[in-house]
Design a protein around this ligand. Structure first.
Ligand SMILES: C[S@@+](CC[C@H](N)C(=O)[O-])C[C@H]1O[C@@H](n2cnc3c(N)ncnc32)[C@H](O)[C@@H]1O
Length: 279
């Protein structure tokens, strides 16, 4: 793990969405922990924008089908990975750099009986510990912003995909270059390592060997989603503090409000990219 990745892992060790938080939510909803279904976790375990609809889009973009072997790059607590496994009947390997997320994912997989279908692995997206041509499809959601060397990670995803396999992912993008001091705030508060523009992303995918299938600017949709997410984080933070779980505090919430504003003004935003490894 390089220095920047250590900072990211540390940042995720103190995050409002965590395995203890999810268990607290389940218990307070009156759910018996002996009989938890994957669907019971969906309201709590998706750490990306637009929840289950976003998962469904990635499944469609990659042409995911029953029995496929899928890699989720930067899988977090494996919320999306469990959804792909349960709803699309695939095997999912979830690679993530944060030890607490990988351990949390294992606990949640076992809780809902998906431990043989969802496989969390502690590893860097820049050094994926699998052989070439291993996976039928690859996905990722709002995570590449944390990766110090995105071209390297894109080359790794390309390498582990089988020929003809597709990678579909969402990420933060920068529509206009931010002044250094503003970008530094993104680095400090969100462990954001870099942001590309949409054309830069397309170029980097092509340099890694991919053919770009689509590049959808999702900034406008994110503006509304993020405003709701800010309210969720405000509620979660208060709840986490009451329950003694990790909380990010006021500085994070203030910066999140700035992020929402930047997205609504199209200074930064989001993209959903789909690219194919040639046959
Ligand atoms: C916003 S969360 C998304 C989690 C998951 N994709 C989801 O939608 O629920 C970002 C995740 O990226 C992981 N991550 C960041 N940098 C990474 C890297 N270089 N290699 C692997 N995982 C990384 C973090 O540990 C974190 O779990």
């Amino acid at each position: 793990m390089d220095k920047a990745e250590k900072i990211v892992a540390e940042w995720y060790s103190n995050h409002p969405i965590s395995a203890p938080h999810i268990l607290t939510k389940l218990k307070s909803s009156g759910r018996e922990l002996e009989d938890v279904q994957p669907q019971d976790l969906y309201p709590y375990d998706q750490d990306h924008y637009d929840g289950l609809d976003a998962n469904a889009r990635l499944a469609e973009n990659t042409g995911m089908k029953s029995g496929d072997s899928v890699i989720d790059v930067c899988a977090g607590l494996c919320g999306p990975a469990r959804w792909f496994a349960a709803e699309r009947d695939v095997q999912v390997t979830g690679v993530d750099i944060s030890p607490n997320r990988v351990e949390g994912a294992k606990k949640l997989n076992t809780l809902v009986g998906l431990q043989d279908q969802v496989h969390p692995v502690l590893a860097s997206a820049m050094d994926i510990p699998f052989e070439a041509d291993n996976f039928d499809a690859a996905v990722s959601q709002e995570s590449f912003l944390h990766i110090p060397d995105k071209p390297k990670a894109l080359r790794e995803v390309y390498r582990v995909l089988r020929p003809g396999g597709r990678f579909s992912f969402t990420d933060w993008v920068m529509h206009t270059p931010l002044p250094d001091d503003e970008f530094e705030q993104y680095r400090q508060r969100f462990a954001c390592q870099s942001m590309l523009s949409i054309p830069e992303y397309q170029t980097q995918l092509e340099k890694a060997g991919f053919t770009v299938i689509s590049a959808d600017d999702v900034t406008q949709a994110w503006g509304d989603i993020l405003a709701r997410r800010l309210r969720m984080y405000q509620d979660l933070d208060a709840e986490a503090e009451r329950a003694g779980n990790p909380s990010k505090g006021d500085d994070f919430l203030k910066m999140y409000a700035k992020f929402v504003d930047d997205v609504q003004q199209r200074r930064v935003g989001g993209v959903c990219l789909t690219a194919e490894k040639s046959h």
